[in-house]
Design a protein around this ligand. Structure first.
Ligand code: SAH
Length: 256
C-alpha cells in the first residue's frame, strides 16, 4: 500500500512521541511510512481510517508535519491533541481547552503590520473548523464525565473553549506568563492556553482549506514550576486521557 492508494484519512497529530505511542497500539492493520524525517502510521481506529503523526516541538516542525499530512497522506481533516500551559483565569492543571481559534504570540512585524498580525494574510487569528471542534468538545465532555481525571486526582477538571496562543518558547515564569496574557488582552486577545505548535498547523490548514480542530490538556500554569512534573503528567495523565477523547471523537465522527 502507498499513502496515495489508501482511503482518505483523518489525521491525528500529537506534539510528543509519548502522546502518539498509545494510539499506535490501538491501530487496526497498521502501516508505517517514513517521510520527511518522521514516522506516519496509517490504519483503522474506532471505525475511521486515520493517519497518526508527531508534530515535533515548535511552529516550523509542526508546519512541516501538517504539510506532509495533507500533501502526502491526503488528510481530509487534522485533529491535534497535546498539552499546554493554562493562561486564562480558572484554566487549571487537569482542565481541557478545546481551541476556538489560534494566534501566534511571538509574531511581531510591527511597525509594518500591527503586532500579532500574519503578514500578507490580513488577519491575526485563525478559526478552527466549527464542526470538528464541536465534536471534539462533545468528546472531551463525555471523556471527562467518565471519571478518568478524578481517578488521577483531578477532581475539579473542566472543559473550556477559547483562544489558544502558540509561540516558539516554553513559557515558564509567573511574570512572563502574566505579561504575555496582559499584552495580548490589551490587543483584544483573551488567551486561555499557551503552547508551541497549534497556530502553525492552523495556518497550514487555512492555506490548504483543510478543516482543523485542537484540544490541549493543561499540564502547567506556565509559571515557575511549569517544567517540574511535565514528563510524568504527559505519560500518566495527558496521553491516556487524549486517547479516551480520541475514541469518543472518532466514534462520534463515525455515527454522523
Ligand atoms: N521536556 C519535554 C519538552 C516539551 S516542550 C519533552 O520533550 O518531553 C512543551 C510541549 O508542551 C510543547 O509541545 C508545547 O506545545 C506544550 N506546552 C506545555 N506547556 C507549555 C508552556 N507552558 N509553554 C509552552 N508550551 C507548552
Amino acid at each position: 500500500m502507498t499513502p496515495e492508494s489508501a482511503p482518505t484519512p483523518i489525521a491525528i497529530l500529537s506534539a510528543l512521541p509519548q502522546e502518539q505511542r498509545g494510539l499506535i497500539e490501538l491501530l487496526h492493520s497498521p502501516c508505517r511510512f517514513r517521510h520527511a524525517n518522521r514516522d506516519f502510521w496509517v490504519g483503522g481506529l474506532h471505525g475511521q481510517q486515520v493517519v497518526l503523526a508527531v508534530s515535533k516541538i515548535g511552529k516550523v516542525a509542526a508546519a512541516t508535519t501538517a504539510t506532509a499530512l495533507i500533501e502526502r497522506f491526503g488528510a481530509r481533516g487534522i485533529v491535534f491533541t497535546g498539552v499546554a500551559g493554562g493562561l486564562g483565569a480558572g484554566v487549571e492543571v487537569g482542565d481541557v481547552v478545546v481551541a476556538t481559534d489560534f494566534v501566534q504570540h511571538d509574531l511581531d512585524a510591527s511597525p509594518l503590520y500591527p503586532r500579532y498580525e500574519l503578514p500578507l494574510y490580513g488577519r491575526t487569528r485563525i478559526d478552527c473548523d466549527a464542526y470538528l471542534s464541536g465534536l471534539l468538545y462533545q468528546a472531551s465532555c463525555t471523556a471527562l464525565a467518565g471519571g478518568f481525571l478524578v481517578a488521577h486526582g483531578f477532581c475539579h477538571s473542566r472543559v473550556h473553549r477559547g483562544l489558544v496562543a502558540s509561540g516558539d518558547r516554553f513559557v515558564c515564569g509567573v511574570e512572563e506568563s502574566h505579561r504575555l496574557r496582559d499584552l495580548m488582552a490589551q490587543a483584544g486577545h483573551e488567551v486561555q492556553a499557551v503552547e508551541m505548535e497549534g497556530a502553525a498547523v492552523a495556518q497550514v490548514c487555512l492555506d490548504y482549506g483543510v478543516p482543523f480542530a485542537a484540544m490541549r490538556t493543561i499540564s502547567d500554569r506556565a509559571d515557575d514550576s511549569a517544567h517540574a512534573d511535565f514528563p510524568n503528567f504527559v505519560e500518566t495523565t495527558a496521553s491516556p486521557y487524549a486517547r479516551l477523547i480520541m475514541r469518543e471523537f472518532l466514534e462520534l465522527l463515525s455515527s454522523r
